[in-house]
Design a protein around this ligand. Structure first.
Ligand SMILES: NC(=O)c1ccc[n+]([C@@H]2O[C@H](COP(=O)([O-])OP(=O)(O)OC[C@H]3O[C@@H](n4cnc5c(N)ncnc54)[C@H](O)[C@@H]3O)[C@@H](O)[C@H]2O)c1
Length: 261
């Protein structure tokens, strides 16, 4: 039986671990040829090798999503090697926890560059190649914090909310252009990934928040990947400009106020 994205070419950013790795692996399992990209070369190559070892098709390309010249090179490589691009998953991201009054501007800009500028650059450079192939599906990995901002993640919450509006504007532009490109966002809640590893700032906060999730537990990267797979596939051909929470119900309720910073 053909896979749900059989024959398509997919590029996933930040695919060396967590949600990006799960998306790359699942898209490959469902028949896509996957371009695994990340700033972590060894780990990213490991993901591509694991996909290939399991019988899938994957290449690794080093890509810092904040670097416009690198996007030009990457999309050029995809055009040369694969000849088309059908699926773009803008996944790379991280969150910095800080009180607003202590937030170093450098950290603020570093986070915004990855979470918000990265998807902008990805769409800017991928859309022309998608159009050459007659269409495609863009999935931006936003966050439940786009709906429900959290006190100690002001820059992250703001950048993810901005990504939601960017997603909708691009969906409208592509729709108006009748170019066959759909653009949607997935909003994960608490997902068990290295982003919440105990040595990262914000991990304790994430543990507290997980206890407030209606389903009572964190999700797994594969839970997000299944949503991405659906949006990437023809099953979602009438879906664009949507924000889909995959969060165990997290955004259906308000969190208790944290202690003052
Ligand atoms: N884990 C969660 O609970 C959660 C919740 C909501 C949203 N998200 C979002 O999901 C996405 C993936 O997060 P994750 O939890 O899998 O984290 P993760 O740390 O496992 O993966 C993030 C990946 O992004 C890569 N990366 C960082 N900066 C990069 C850059 N400049 N260019 C390219 N790659 C870069 C990292 O090397 C890493 O492999 C992020 O956008 C994150 O904001 C995660």
């Amino acid at each position: 039986m053909p896979g749900r994205v059989e024959g398509k070419v997919a590029l996933v950013t930040g695919a060396a671990s967590g949600i990006g790795e799960a998306c790359a692996t699942l898209l490959a399992r469902e028949g896509a040829s996957v371009v695994v990209t990340d700033i972590r070369q060894e780990a990213g190559r490991g993901v591509a090798d694991a996909i290939s070892a399991a019988g899938g098709t994957a290449d690794f390309l080093l890509l810092d999503v904040t670097d416009e010249a690198a996007w030009t090179t990457t999309i050029g490589d995809v055009r040369r090697r694969q000849g088309r691009l059908d699926i773009l998953v803008n996944n790379a991201g991280f969150g910095i926890a800080s009180a607003i009054v202590d937030f170093p501007l450098e950290d603020w800009r570093r986070q915004t560059a990855v979470v918000y500028d990265g998807p902008f650059l990805g769409m800017k450079h991928a859309i022309p190649l998608m159009r050459e192939g007659g269409g495609g599906s863009i999935v931006n990995i936003s966050s439940a914090n786009a709906f429900l901002p959290v006190a100690m993640m002001p820059g992250y919450s703001a950048a993810k909310a901005a990504l939601s509006n960017l997603t909708k504007s691009v969906a409208q532009q592509c729709g108006a252009a009748r170019d066959g490109i759909r653009c949607n966002a997935v909003l994960p809640g608490m997902i068990d990934t290295p982003m919440h590893a105990p040595d990262r700032r914000g991990a304790a906060m994430a543990e507290r928040a997980a206890a407030n999730v209606p389903l009572g537990l964190k999700g797994e990267p594969i839970d997000v990947a299944y949503g991405v797979l659906w949006l990437a596939s023809e099953e979602a051909r009438y879906v664009t400009g949507a924000e889909i929470p995959i969060d165990g119900g997290f955004t259906t309720r308000f969190l208790p106020m944290p202690p003052a910073a």
